[in-house]
Ligand binder design. Sequence first.
Ligand SMILES: Cc1cc2nc3c(=O)[nH]c(=O)nc-3n(C[C@H](O)[C@H](O)[C@H](O)COP(=O)(O)O)c2cc1C
Length: 204
Amino acid sequence: MSEPAAPADTIPHGDPFAIFEDWFAEARVTEPNDPNAMALATATPDGRPSVRMVLLKGHGPDGFVFYTNFESRKGHELAANGHVALLFHWKSLRRQIRIEGPISEVTPAEADAYFASRHPESRLGSAASDQSRPLENRQVYLDRVAAVRALYPDGNVPRPAHWSGYCVRPEAIEFWHDREFRLHERRRFVQSADGGWTSTMLYP
Ligand SMILES: Cc1cc2nc3c(=O)[nH]c(=O)nc-3n(C[C@H](O)[C@H](O)[C@H](O)COP(=O)(O)O)c2cc1C
């Protein structure tokens, strides 16, 4: 007897944000940790790429938000070239989502609210870190954390001016889903001039 045929096309055609919500909700259940971790690719103006993980801290049709040190390597690259790519890979679901688009800074009020919501120790660590710059040894960093702690004994560390968030406004969102025998499924959504989204299936 032959096996029942697997459905030919399982990634919905409709709203890419709704698909993101569904897949992200599943990942929050199945991933062992950090389902909101995503790779952030940046590039220098002359096209030299670099990539690192960051955490998604807000999302919706307006975009995908992460927070970082604006004086870090990525911060300098973003100041010079405001186009990025994001990548989620959820191993537990065998799924990938790629997002591409320009960035904008979140408002100071949004950044303040998010910074205030972080654990006091995380706030200390961010305030004491010269992210991406050389560190002579780890004790130097720990001493700087202790110095910031002494400045704010109530734990109420204010957000450093150079620490804030970026919102990636997606121009393209692509969903990839593992299928049997590596006959994987891909669907790429691109935003049209009227703000709507069209999608195309791609060879895997
Ligand atoms: C799972 C994970 C999540 C991370 N989240 C963040 C983040 O939200 N913001 C951030 O600045 N760095 C985050 N990092 C550290 C970055 O990957 C990176 O080491 C750091 O931002 C410096 O990158 P840069 O030198 O390219 O600027 C995370 C690392 C991992 C592994």
